[in-house]
Design a binder for this molecule. Sequence first.
Ligand code: 5GP
Ligand code: SF4
Ligand code: MG
Length: 458
Amino acid sequence: CGVFAVAGHAGASEICYYGLHSLQHRGQEGAGIVISDGKRLQYHKGLGLVHDVFTREQLESLKGTLGVAHVRYATAGGGGLQNVQPLVFQSHHGGLAIAHNGNLVNAERLKEQLEDEGAIFQSTSDTEVLAHLIRRSRSRTLAEKMANALPLLKGAYSFAVMDEHQLVVARDPHGLRPLSLGRLGDAWVVASETCALDTVGAVFERDIEPGELLVIDESGCHSQRFISKAMRAICSMEYVYFARPDSDLEEINVHAARKRLGKRLAEEFPIEADVAIGVPDSSISAAIGYAEQSGIPYEVGLIKNRYIARTFIQPSQALRERGVKMKLSAVRGVVAGQRVVMIDDSIVRGTTCRHIVQLLRDAGAKEVHVRISAPPIKHPCFYGIDTSTSGELIASSLSVAEICDVIGADSLEFLSLEGLQAGIGRDASMPQCGQCLACYSGHYPTAIYPSTVLPYEK
Ligand code: 5GP
Ligand code: SF4
Ligand code: MG
């Protein structure tokens, strides 16, 4: 998912709208904006792309200087309008809006407990637990209530929460999901990725720290820690696949990181080939790195159709397969008669890769060698990347040679775990370079609660 917020700007709804557009790659299943005019919260949300959810009239009707916004990528809780964020709650104390990126691993357990104590949940999203915990806190201010509630949550979260008067943002103690702070004149902007700060003309100030709670109101911006320090573990998949290349995650540019991954891949697994191609969009940077390192000419061998209507419903396997067919085409003039090395960032279920190899062969490629710019994904993600919903990770049951057979390539290799860590280029003095590698290594930075594990045991 993508989270965006602005405080102290007369055009808050428009800023949120453009911010969400830049975060669209983080979620296409729903979008919402909540705005406060200082007296009450008003909002609009819906299923689908940002462009489809909002009209100019709707944006203009959301008047105020404070806003929280969200694009949804359904992992926990499934699809449906009731799960589209920000979640909005009203009580006689006023309004509350919550936008969340990440996934809580103990939400089910907390939810059962809260229900037994009388709570009634209006969504199936893990995020709603925070609202109930905030509501139950006896503390006075929203920030204090959140500081009470957050230590109870386990897992991944970057939160933007607001009432009529203030914005409170927080990042989980491991910093699993990114969250950055920027300035737009006198206003403050918070976004999952720095590309959204750039789009709205905000200047990057700093990242929200893991375990930091930041309150932004009329008196300014106040920071506190709500929990003691934990091991840093930003999601490595953000660098590999999820984030936009023009974003900097904890001050490392995503395009540059992917390019380094591609270079390492070429060092670890060279191949004789005539052209090096990437799978748009997420693997282009790695393919350029592979080409640069190997001396094999980089070519545009695959074209992505950007205008395929994204599905409004939860992507099922059947839809994914059909989506792939409509989305990519091979450039015959580039690949016909050639030995092609195709760089991609991940093989999750194997469907995409098998299909692309076939596309390239149909277009006349003489050989197709596949190189993946990260290690095999063998373990589910419990922190908000949707490999956790599949249970169909091809690398969890098949060897590299077997996967090569399934996708029909002439050869297949994956970057090593060491290559991934070094290539991303984070601080090597920190354990695992301060990043989560769990879907590759199986070492999760948090406890995985039984209620979260059960659905994946087969
Ligand atoms: P699959 O192997 O499941 O067919 O899909 C892998 C391809 O889809 C890669 O090209 C990757 O860029 C993209 N992809 C789609 N969804 C995900 C996801 O949740 N995680 C990762 N790592 N890649 C994904
Ligand atoms: Fe990211 Fe993988 Fe860790 Fe999930 S398990 S947070 S996808 S690195
Ligand atoms: Mg891809």
